[in-house]
Design a protein around this ligand. Sequence first.
Ligand code: SF4
Length: 215
Amino acid sequence: MAGRKKSKCKAIYDALLTAYGPQKCFLDHETPFQLLCAVILSAQCTDKKVNTVTPELFRRYPDAAALADADAAELETILHPCGFYHAKGKYLREMAAILRDEYAGEVPDTMEKLTRLPGVGRKTANVVLGDSMGVPGLPVDTHVLRLSGRLGLSRSTDPVKVEQDLCKELEPEYWAQFSHLLIVHGRNRCTARRADCINCEISGLCAGITKEKSL
Ligand code: SF4
């Protein structure tokens, strides 16, 4: 059973890779610190919008020490387009202060340490690990969650359980890229509002939802 699911997971990975090509992180960044900031800002906000805000954020606050000492009002003005700017500003300053005080300004490279930082959950930690630190991580966002269900890769609606189900069935080297591929497919073909099963590149591999396939 595990072997059969595993080969299906890898087959879906291969088919999506053929359809879309290798995907990069959707958030612009050059360092783990920048990516950590960007992912915190991406809560309830599009990656595109975050990418319009981060150039000024990183110019004004180039490292953890600068961000930790940021004036709250100034920081919030920069973050305003991302929404929830008060809470996000607070998370950024608190997170940066911990990096400065406990990690010599560097981003820690373990799930345990990352998820102790303010505003950082498993999804955020997995993005940072997988996309900027070369540590295998499979972020489960709303697209990954939805597609895992539709594709029959997990029966759970709990992101932590879905992450475990997918990681069990796929070699770690594929985790981060698989998350990206599911996200791009979830944005382009299998959206929350409509599963375009007729034109789907991986319909032959999909457990599918009969109702949606008939749309
Ligand atoms: S066949 Fe339909 S439900 Fe399955 S992945 Fe494609 S669009 Fe989504």
